[in-house]
Design a protein around this ligand. Sequence first.
Ligand code: SF4
Length: 341
Amino acid sequence: MKRHAIIPIFIPHLGCPHSCVFCNQRAITAKSGAVSEEDVRRTAEQYLSTLEGSGVEEIELSFFGGSFTGIPIEDQSRYLAIAKEYKDAGRISKIHMSTRPDYIDRRILDNLAFYGADVIELGVQSFDPKVLELSERGHSPEQVFAASALIKEYGMTLGIQLMIGLPGDSYEACMDSVRKTVSVAPAIARIYPTVIISGTKLAGMYLDGSYVPFTQDETLRIAKDMYLGLTGAGINVIRVGLKASALINDGDDSVVLGGTYHPAFRQLLDGALARDRIEEALAGCEALTVRAGSKALSAAVGHKGANREYFAAKYPQKRLRFVSDSSLDEHELRFKKDAPR
Ligand code: SF4
């Protein structure tokens, strides 16, 4: 796999007309204001000063913030022109952005194609009409299908972002979103647990009791099945869980009130996936050696040793050994049944 890095450029959606219940962009944009062309160049240069010559093979300049194509097209063009300069000079490989499904049409895509945009991620969140309505997303599942088809028609890489645990959500609704995502066949996907941030509508719903978030365990179970459904269909899940910096910007005094925010959510997921595989291998034997590549070992043992403790408590009579094996691929796990004592 190519070594890959992203230069993130946060473009707040100033004057966004929507009011998604989980969104704290109003608070962020009120403080951060518009991003100037100098800001974009400064950020790009800062990142490139460490990335260039570091062996990274693919650098993407990524406009995120939710709704890049919702800002006036002249502003999009100003930002894209800078990205194109870097791409034409061979200093970045790809131009990447995230946006809403209802901000995709031929005029927008013609402009993105003119500037050489490569990857478009759609903030879909859910394919369930009730979840979308209760979350005040302001777009329909049909708009997701239409936007996805159009992005593919233009030959751009499609990404789909899904959330877990929005108002009205359920395990079934999440898995239905996975099935519909698979039918759309994006190249990449992200899975984000819902986080309740102070100052949002969702925070009000949580505090007045009209919204009850999933527990972390429920969210993890759903995330695991969503991940397996998406990756099983060949979709590259590039992120599970939010970074703290994506939730609350510098200088913003918002706080996380609830929902699933765990700084190591991805590690929890990797641990849960490894636990299932080990448990399957452990069935029908008394002693098992788990050999693991460098990164797979921490997943096998579990976050803070959670899997080790789980197996010791559940199968006290069985013997389980974890062994690091540098001959394996870093993500690989292999099992060897050992002779009983
Ligand atoms: S998440 Fe919703 S409310 Fe927030 S900026 Fe995006 S579209 Fe607007």
